[in-house]
Design a binder for this molecule. Structure first.
Ligand code: 7TS
Length: 406
């Protein structure tokens, strides 16, 4: 068989050689978080052992080195997302934090007669903040349903859009089903009625290239830890005009310009939204992850994962009783499935005993599970280091689990 991309890059990930319950690890929980290449681990150690210092504050050498490294990652992210300006990249704790920042900002903008559109396909992080915003402002929340394939109903979406729609929030790629949404078309439709568009890109940034200017989205959120980088760091891209309009999210050091006892004036972008000491090591580690991804190549990553998605789908469907949820024509490398007559949790527990890490349950997407009338699914989510052997192990493991449970 011709060598695959995963054969070349697996050795970059030290964790992939470990054993779990005496078996070689088969890691298929990449939508939850990806593993980290040595380059990222080295960047974290390099920062803490070589130039650990706070950013944007000291005149001393270490602080300048840390600030330079930190700000270089902002520019790397700007290039990665094709943003017009580096100040349009706000460094946050992660996707959840980024979405809450936007939702909080709109508290002072939305009125009771306004409407917010979300979808049934959202991770709770891109649903609950909008519910809270609706409660706070009195605005009405409307939602776009999915069909049996896990595809958003575009007819309903079009019919919900009106001059009352002030904000539309949806994901680029669904974490539970892998559905890839038509971001550009949905954004254009929202803009046609004057609504602002917020996209949850947590599951897209690891798998494909994203051009925020081409998509024309107003806000785009992501997490480093799902793209081979450290936990606790993420980004919010926002168009300059919107970032200037929104009030600060948190008050504190670094986000101010002048402070008197009664009131303060705020710093310019991006610092207005970056109160307190950031996760400096995490941001620097993210830079190493971005460089690693660029070196592997985003197109190569996408092609590899699509080939494995096709292979894994075929392997799973050959097993009697397996049903795959999420069969959108445009789909990322997520295999969400159930086995007839068996609870997903029981399958997950048996797979774990075989060293196979999958996620079972609702995947923080309860409305999707409710739509299908199921308690949850077993989810195998792939990454660039996923190999055919991993999917063979999953298929064999599943057959063994079914023999024990059915
Ligand atoms: N949005 C999507 C689409 C996600 O998949 C996740 C995390 C988040 C938002 C939240 O990201 P965070 O980094 O702020 O936590 N998704 C998953 C998952 O599928 N399994 O565990 C976490």
């Amino acid at each position: 068989m011709t060598p695959m991309l995963s054969d070349k890059i697996r050795s970059d990930f030290p964790i992939l050689t470990r054993q779990v319950h005496g078996k070689s690890l088969v890691y298929l929980d990449n939508a939850a978080t990806t593993q980290k290449p040595q380059a990222v681990i080295d960047a974290l150690v390099g920062y803490y052992s070589g130039y650990n210092s706070n950013v944007h504050r000291g005149v001393h050498q270490l602080s300048q080195e840390a600030t330079d490294a930190f700000e270089a990652v902002r520019r790397q992210l700007q290039e990665h997302l094709h943003a017009a300006e580096s100040h349009e990249i706000i460094l946050t704790k992660g996707t959840t934090d980024s979405l809450n920042l936007v939702a909080h900002g709109f508290r002072s903008i939305l009125k009771p007669e306004d409407e917010i559109i979300v979808t049934q396909l959202e991770h709770h992080s891109n649903l609950v903040p909008w519910q809270m915003l609706a409660q706070h402002t009195g605005a009405t929340l409307r939602y776009v349903p999915i069909d049996g394939r896990g595809v958003l109903d575009q007819t309903v979406y079009q019919s919900l859009l009106s001059e009352r729609t002030k904000l539309v929030a949806f994901n680029h790629i669904s974490n539970a089903l892998g559905t890839i949404n038509p971001v550009k078309a949905m954004t254009a439709a929202a803009h046609a009625v004057g609504a602002v568009v917020v996209v949850d890109g947590a599951q897209a940034l690891p798998h494909c290239s994203v051009d925020v200017q081409d998509l024309d989205v107003d806000f785009y959120a992501g997490s480093a830890h799902k793209m081979y980088g450290p936990t606790g760091v993420g980004l919010l891209y926002g168009k300059t005009a919107w970032l200037e309009t929104l009030p600060p999210y948190q008050g504190g050091g670094e986000m101010i310009s002048e402070v008197a006892m009664e009131q303060s004036s705020y710093a310019g972008l991006p610092h207005k939204f970056e109160a307190g000491t950031p996760n400096i090591a995490g941001v620097i580690g993210w830079g190493a992850a971005l460089s690693w991804m660029q070196q592997v190549g985003l197109e190569a990553i996408e092609a590899h994962e699509q080939a494995l998605l096709a292979y894994g789908t075929e392997r799973l469907l050959a097993i009697p009783g397996v049903k795959i949820y999420g069969v959108a024509p445009e789909k990322a490398a997520v295999l969400s499935f159930n086995v007839a007559g068996v609870h997903p949790y029981d399958v997950g527990t048996l797979l774990d005993q075989m060293g196979i890490a999958v996620r079972t349950g609702q995947h923080c997407t309860q409305p999707i599970m409710d739509c299908f009338g199921i308690p949850g699914t077993i989810r195998a989510s792939l990454a660039v280091y996923t190999s055919r052997e991993d999917l063979d192990a999953l298929a064999h493991g599943l057959e063994k689990a079914i023999a024990l449970l059915v």
